[in-house]
Design a protein. Sequence first.
Length: 555
Amino acid sequence: MVRSATEFPDGIENTLSTTPQVDHYDAEKGNNLKDPDGAGAPELAEVQELRQGLKQRHIQMIALAGTIGTGLFLGSGRALANAGPAGIFMGYTIMGILISGVTLSIGELSALVPLSGGVIRPAAYFVDPAFSFAQGWNVTYQYLISIPAEISAASVIIQFWITLNNAIWVTVFSAILFATNIFLVCVYGEIEFTLAILKVCLIVGMNIMGLVITCGGGPNHESIGFRYWNNPGPFVQYLKVPGSLGQFMGFWTVFINAAYAYSSVETISMAAAETYAPRRNIPKAAKRVFVRVLLFYVISIFMITLLVPSNDPMLLRSTGTAAQSPFLIAAQRAGVKVVPHIINAIVLSSAWSSGNSTLLGGSRILYGLAREGQAPKFLARTNRWGVPYMGVVAIGVWMALGYMSLSSTAEAVFTWLQDLVACAQIMSWLVICTTYLRFYYALKKQGISRSRLPWAAPLQPYAAWMTLISLVIILLTGGYTTFIHGHWSTETFISSYHDIAIFAGLYFGYKLWFRTKTVSLDESPVARFVQIAENNPDPPEEPESKWAKLNILWA
């Protein structure tokens, strides 16, 4: 079978041209069903199956909650020990800036093509069906290993309060995650919304606590200031390599940690077909979530560098609980006693929230693949609440891998899973930037002004190019330590580079089997999607209350 560059994969062309025309707007469901020119819109058929239960505040806080997880609370300790205060601060800040290209790119693409699965569907239309297939299953793989990692973390973290067999907690957390995703998406949205607000409040509280301790307001009344930037110093001699080379090596190791910490920032687009007024709300989320996530991370990481010395032995002690969190270490050093329980609760809610977002994203990925004919058709089935329940089940069964926490090597397995997720995440960001650039230059080639788009992201295409080039370098050098004499690690090599082989195998295998062609810039269907967007605008925005400007989280 040969698929031409202008052909939509597996029946999408028919969906575009045969969507039933209804001349009214259903305010209750949020579906704009008008199609006056008969262009037909794939999302109009899709939203008849999926319920648009996610509003602006939901998708912004879901992205925020899904991103702030164990990577900040636990992973930052290892990064500080490897890189020092200056190294970790620069690494997390640079990675935060780099993902601006990701959020801006996926925001513009999803505003124009608001379909489930994030970048997977646009990748098929603007790059190559094989590219879409490889990305879809690569992200699915990422979610399959991410969700048991979060469940394992949650089940071990709760041992801080009560000691029971981990199998009990793995079962309980898996059941709760499954229940919140199988029913109404608005229920899921409200749960994540509440957890995100709680998490943000606790992060703010921890940073205030850190500032008080730094200034000498702790029980020991000892002022810290920038003491740990001077001794043991701003950088660490990584692997005991002397001089600036060893310091640079330590700094470079931060990027993989930061990639895991910032993972899921693109989840604003995963449930685009279930988002009310997506052409307006997804761009809002893309602009605001990036700023807030970067702000939370940069401030928190900076505070960590003031509170804990990079040579503190607790940083390298993998306990699996909040005991290795830099904030807890700082509280213990200052003599604060109640904080361990608070921080452990934060880490627990973060792990559960991240798992919740992962299950949502993974199920929508499978739904999108099934709609494209790149996954079994049964994965596109939805229940009466408009939830793709078969996708939830297919991802949910992998939560059973959480029982690995029963093993004596559970901590090593969890760390390995984190590295696997980080590399798969970088690959996903590369796909987003590549797809956006093909889309951008197709518009330019066909003489279509970006002013006609629902949202034209700023700083493009420079932000996408900057992110693409930088992440390629980071991905290729992520396992550099294995090539240093005497430091070979099979685990590091596999976790750093095997995802490149997986993606390449998926891409070339699909391309050779179906003989797909890369969509040329001249034949790219950008004009058609622009016409669909113009024919099917979002409903008018409701006027904001006078208090909306005071809302810094989701307004």
